[in-house]
Design a protein around this ligand. Sequence first.
Ligand code: NAP
Length: 314
Amino acid sequence: MAILVAADFTPEEWAAWWPELLAALPGERLVRGRTSVPDVPDESIDVALVANPPADALRGLPGLRLVQSLWAGVDGLLADASLPISVPLARMVDPGMNEAMAQTALWAVLALHRGLFCYAAQQRRAEWRPQPQRRADEVNVAVLGLGQMGCATARRLADNGYRVTGWSTHAKTLNGITTHAGPASLGQVLVTAQIVVNLLPLTAATRGLLNRQTLAMMPRGAGLVNLARGAHVVEADLLEALDSGHLGHAVLDVFHTEPLPTDHPFWRHSKVSVLPHIAAQTDPRSAARSAAANVLALRERRPLENVVDRFRGY
Ligand code: NAP
């Protein structure tokens, strides 16, 4: 049996991933790309470890029993026509990434709450003007999505004193966090949220969810933090909400087109902070171990972890 590693890694990324994968999967035969080792026939490949795999990388592998994503989000993979329907797809879950996401969200919420983007603008104008200060428990933060990243983020924000409301598909009970579930409750969540942190997966139900209508539900001056996927936000509607003064500021880590085109209005917008999709980077050291755990489960005929529900899309 052999494990195919199909990824669009740069040479530097291969140099970081390859030794970690070899170390995490001792005794396994790893193949880098379909043609890299001619004496490994396609029939012998039973696992594919993938990160933005090249087109058709997963087609024609009759022995395939597990596709393990090396990335947390699987929206791109689910749109790949070569992904075999009958083979389980597992996504990356890594506590290190959840921690990184919680840190990024806390930084963005603190910066919005304490007016730090406003003070940075004032500094550029050499303007000395203190703004009124609010306590954290006077700030309502809504976290959309209470999965791996959303839960870690909601907890971190609540631990820092914020009034946190979480929104998910299914009802949840989380200590110290108000929760709502289902589409009918979204308006209730947004209407009081001075800051919204988006940590939803990109699915048919969530694409374009942050649009003119839903952004208008947020209170005047509210902040938006999008750390999930660019396509959750209708970019023209967000620009309109910022330009009209309805929204105060947006912190954006993800975009419809990445890298963000140099002529995109977000780059130079005074109410937008742009990050280059770094909210929670995959760390090959821990991610390789997480992927290897699922390969071991397959080998030992134990249930696989973090299997994606293709119907719901996450
Ligand atoms: P996850 O564990 O799959 O959690 C998804 C959460 O969203 C769940 O709580 C789910 O509800 C909820 N949800 C899904 N569809 C919904 C809907 N239509 N309405 C309401 N709630 C809905 O996802 P995750 O691992 O936390 O990842 C969150 C996002 O972060 C993804 O978009 C991922 O691509 C992105 N991400 C970004 C970066 C970065 O660096 N920017 C890094 C990694 C991941 P239930 O719990 O009730 O099912």
